[in-house]
Design a binder for this molecule. Structure first.
Ligand SMILES: CC(=O)SCCNC(=O)CCNC(=O)[C@H](O)C(C)(C)COP(=O)(O)OP(=O)(O)OC[C@H]1O[C@@H](n2cnc3c(N)ncnc32)[C@H](O)[C@@H]1OP(=O)(O)O
Ligand SMILES: CC(C)C(=O)C(=O)O
Ligand SMILES: [Mg+2]
Length: 566
């Protein structure tokens, strides 16, 4: 590819080795979550949300369990301002939820921000200014001192305004915006200058938010930057380190996770990662990653289909079918070996009554996020195998196919899907199975059969059958004896003028629990003189007649290959 030499790694590693985080292998507890859907997410939408949409989204975020929500940039527009006023005036902010607002370090913007906040019980005022080399040179055309002055003057002004509203519990947040494009020593110094002004205490901690405004490095560099800041910030015990990764390199989640290991206490992100450009870090993935490691994420995504639906409605964006945890296809297995393992894993789990989730290929139980196995997990197309197909026939219709029959049925379904070039629904699978194997009475149809037990000199389990059979319109009434019911039927068939060439290979039966009216299913395999095998399935209220139906089905399938002749 041309032009690669236009680029160079433009990140700023810390001036000392910061690799303590490497020694940690897991995150022990959920970070503090702050949703920025209504601000960073909103500012990236083609059409920002209306006031009513923001209200509904806010209430949904509260329902999911967010305790901190950045509700907007009140100085940005009338809608933003009025939205905050509505939340406050109509008392729509629950007591345990803190709203957060963003402001630039400009006098009229700060003033407007505090006006918008008047009467709120608690709020985080979030001040930002860009600190990166690129922005200093190109946008602000300012020295480090001048950039620091933007931050500190804003910090002072905010502190002054906050003092005017003693009834509000204010917390302050500062972001050295474009942190990842900033020399770490400068990021440290500017944050410390702000911290020194705000003088955090245990009762009034300060949030220092370290954004990967644009992600510029691999995640381990970001983690080292966070560790560096964590080690060098003033008054660290009263400072909450917040992370705000974006996803330019596709590593937003990795940045956040490693950043937490490195000292991050709080995460700012959005549902499914909506936000500027490639988006903010996806909080759904982060929270569910914790959940899948047995950590309570402190957010409730147990109804993921609703989360997807609300997100799509508010943002007018689509959740990608492969989006972790939320995508339509993330619990679906089409391929044979995956289906086989999942079906066996599910069975294993049921039989052992396990609480711990260990099913192969499924990182979490889809039911925990409100997804159902039916139609969600095992889906059939031409890549599928016998395991998955047998699983669907058993799960949805109660047919527990004998093992040797599964391969044949599997290949048949693959073939149908391949030819039609489409996925097969559970109903289509059952219809094809039923049409091919179950109670297949053409041209042979045993229309009546009554059995009598007979005692022979050897045993008393002999059977006599009086049977009426219709073979392509020819009706025969025959009586025959056998050492069991099936054997009696075999012998009766052989008494008709037709030459039946088959040997009974296997017979299994079971009660049907899921299926319609029939109570029993029987499976019979016969073999012709050339060694070709034919399966048939019979269902009936009466298990004996189910087995007769299975035999007739197998015979009719054989007859399709080579016609029985008189
Ligand atoms: C990484 C982020 O997501 S940051 C948040 C970004 N979000 C938004 O910008 C959405 C809301 N913003 C807005 O509605 C508008 O930009 C407003 C209302 C904030 C400001 O509007 P305006 O003043 O009309 O325009 P604009 O944003 O272009 O202002 C640019 C000026 O602000 C300065 N500026 C930009 N950021 C800051 C800051 N954080 N602190 C102080 N000054 C700043 C610029 O240097 C520029 O200065 P100049 O006029 O001397 O050249
Ligand atoms: C305002 C800041 C925190 C921001 O959104 C970013 O840097 O991405
Ligand atoms: Mg951002």
């Amino acid at each position: 590819m041309k032009n690669y030499d236009k680029y160079k790694p433009g990140y700023f590693p810390p001036p000392e080795e910061c690799l303590d985080w490497v020694k940690k292998d897991h995150i022990e507890k959920a970070p503090m979550w702050c949703s920025v859907d209504l601000r960073d997410g909103n500012q990236a939408l083609i059409v920002p949300m209306s006031l009513e949409e923001k209200l509904e989204f806010f209430q949904f975020l509260v329902k999911l369990g967010f305790k901190e929500i950045e509700v907007g940039f009140p100085a940005a527009s009338e809608t933003e301002y009025e939205f905050l006023r509505r939340l406050i005036d109509d008392n729509l902010i629950p007591d345990d939820v803190t709203v957060q607002v963003l402001t630039q370090s400009r006098r009229h913007i700060i003033k407007k921000t505090f006006e918008a906040l008047e009467g709120v019980k608690k709020a985080v005022v979030h001040l930002y200014n860009s600190t990166s080399v690129a922005q200093r040179e190109q946008v602000f055309k300012a020295s480090k001192e001048e950039i620091t002055e933007i931050a500190t003057s804003g910090a002072k002004l905010i502190k002054k305004y906050a003092a005017k509203y003693p009834d509000t519990e204010f917390n302050f947040e500062y972001s050295p915006e474009s942190f990842t494009g900033t020399e770490m020593e400068f990021a440290r110094d500017i944050c410390n200058a702000v911290i020194d002004i705000w003088e955090p205490t245990p009762q009034q901690k300060v949030i220092i938010n370290l954004p990967a405004t644009v992600s510029m490095s691999m995640p381990h560099i970001y983690a080292s930057q966070i560790e560096y800041m964590s080690k060098h910030l003033h008054n660290r015990e009263n400072v909450i380190i917040s992370l705000h990764p974006h996803n330019d390199r596709g590593t937003g989640v990795a940045d956040a996770e490693l950043g937490i290991l490195a000292g991050g206490d709080r995460i700012e992100g959005t549902l499914f990662g909506n936000g500027e450009r490639t988006g903010n870090v996806d909080i759904v993935t982060l929270a569910m990653n914790l959940f899948s490691h047995g950590v309570d994420p402190q957010l409730d995504f147990s109804n993921m289909p609703e989360v997807v639906e609300m997100y799509e409605r508010f943002t007018d964006l689509k959740v990608h079918p492969r989006q972790p945890y939320g995508g339509q296809l993330v619990f679906a297995a089409f391929s044979g070996s995956h289906q086989d393992a999942i079906a066996k894993g599910m069975k294993w789990r049921k039989s052992k009554e396990l609480h711990q989730w260990t099913v192969p290929y499924l990182p979490i139980d889809p039911k925990d996020v409100g997804r159902v196995y039916e139609g969600d997990v095992i889906r059939i197309n031409s890549q599928s195998g016998k395991g998955g197909i047998a699983y669907i026939l058993e799960r949805d219709y109660g047919f527990d196919l004998p093992k040797p029959m599964r391969e044949e049925v599997g290949y048949m379904m693959k073939g149908i899907s391949d030819k039609a070039h489409k996925e097969l629904s559970s109903q289509e699978i059952f219809d094809a199975f039923s049409k091919e194997y179950i109670n297949y009475f053409d041209p042979i149809d045993i229309t009546d059969a009554t059995f009598k037990k007979v005692s022979t000199y050897k045993s008393d389990d002999g059977m006599i059958v009086d049977m009426r059979v219709d073979i392509g319109g020819d009706i025969f009434e025959v009586t025959a004896e056998g050492n069991g019911r099936l054997n009696a039927i075999n012998n009766a068939l052989k008494k008709t003028p037709y030459h039946f060439d088959y040997t009974l290979i296997s017979y299994t039966e079971h009660a049907l629990e899921t299926s319609s009216s029939s109570k029993a299913a029987a499976y019979i395999c016969i073999e012709d003189s050339e060694g070709v095998q034919y399966w048939g399935v019979g269902t009936h209220d009466d298990i004996i007649l189910a087995s007769v139906n299975a035999l007739v089905s197998a015979l009719n399938r054989e007859n399709r290959m080579h016609k029985f002749v008189k």
